[in-house]
Design a protein around this ligand. Structure first.
Ligand code: ACO
Length: 279
């Protein structure tokens, strides 16, 4: 590529049938995350989060990489050279959009099409679901160049992997492929590259049919209760559902009505028709 990619070109997205397909867009740098890319992702998430034509967000990478982690030159070396203030700002920009992703209003899916290293574990965990090319490569490569897995990567490994696997993964700096990542629980499923997009689209279509208020309440609940005692979780979930009720209008009542009165569906076998409300 001739010259430097402009900030607004570091992320690409298109919206298709209710799904926002968002791409890390620095394929020539294996989609590593520079301060520019991090700022642009923040803007893109802002733009997409509350749009009525977006019900699910998919995060994937342009080219052969999902994300090769943090940009060692622009995020680490150049930022550090500008001092502590610049370092903290770059951290805020990166961690900020990963946090936004963790609590995003719509369900999010990581479609890991290739390399996924280090800092990439932040957005990987930020996405609610993850599907990978079985040939994708995942690694905590920090140890290979002399740092600990920061930016949440150690936390992600500890959250998603059993202790021995997390420790081995972080200390050894060896990569695992998509299939192993699925066995270990880093992603939901691994598929041949040719089937990856179709499977992710299928999952997105299922999510699009669910009550959106219930989806947001559910994804938050699953993340929040991990750190709660049983009693605290029980209490949180009562309050979260009651808060959701005030946003949801008659949604859940319609769900009961279509099952009990209309007998048009069975909740054990699929979702109610949210576009048909009795009023
Ligand atoms: N930071 C900065 N530049 C990067 C990064 C990165 N993380 N990853 C790739 N690039 C650049 C390369 O320097 C190269 O730039 P150039 O064309 O100007 O020379 C370009 O992207 C292409 O990279 P290659 O290494 O030539 O691509 P290849 O396909 O052979 O290898 C691979 C891909 C394995 C991903 C390799 O680029 C790599 O090891 N990248 C670093 C991965 C990593 O350890 N990331 C940091 C994790 S730790 C953290 O995030 C905190």
């Amino acid at each position: 590529m001739i010259g430097e990619r402009r900030e607004e070109d570091t992320v690409a997205f298109e919206i298709e049938g209710g799904v926002a397909w968002v791409k890390f867009n620095r394929p020539e740098k294996r989609n590593c995350m520079s301060p520019k890319l991090n700022r642009q992702m923040g803007r893109v998430l802002d733009e997409l989060e509350f749009r009525d034509d977006v019900g699910v967000l998919v995060l994937t990478g342009e080219g052969a990489s999902w994300s090769a982690g943090m940009d060692l030159k622009e995020y680490f070396r150049e930022t550090e050279a500008r001092g502590l203030g610049a370092t903290r700002q770059a951290q805020r920009e990166a961690y900020g959009w990963w946090r936004r992703l963790r609590w995003f209003q719509k369900p999010t899916i990581a479609m890991v099409n290739g390399w996924c290293f280090g800092g990439g574990y932040g957005p990987l965990f930020g996405c609610d679901l993850a599907f990978a090319d079985e040939a994708a490569q995942f690694g905590l490569s920090e140890i290979n160049w002399g740092i600990l897995p920061g930016g949440g990567a150690s936390k992600v490994a500890s959250e998603l992997l059993p202790f021995r696997k997390a420790m081995y993964h972080a200390l050894m700096g060896e990569n695992i492929d998509g299939r192993t990542a699925a066995e270990w629980g880093l992603v939901n499923e691994a598929l041949p590259a040719a089937q990856l997009k179709a499977r992710v689209s299928e999952v997105a279509q299922v999510l699009l049919k669910k009550n959106p208020v219930a989806l947001k309440a559910t994804k938050d609940a699953i993340r929040r209760v991990r750190e709660m005692t049983y009693d605290n979780a029980e209490d949180y979930l009562i309050r979260a559902q009651e808060a959701a009720n005030s946003f949801d209008g008659e949604g859940r009542k319609e769900g009961i009505r279509q099952f009990i009165d209309d007998k048009t569906y069975k909740p054990g076998l699929g979702a109610y028709d949210k576009d048909r409300q009795a009023g």
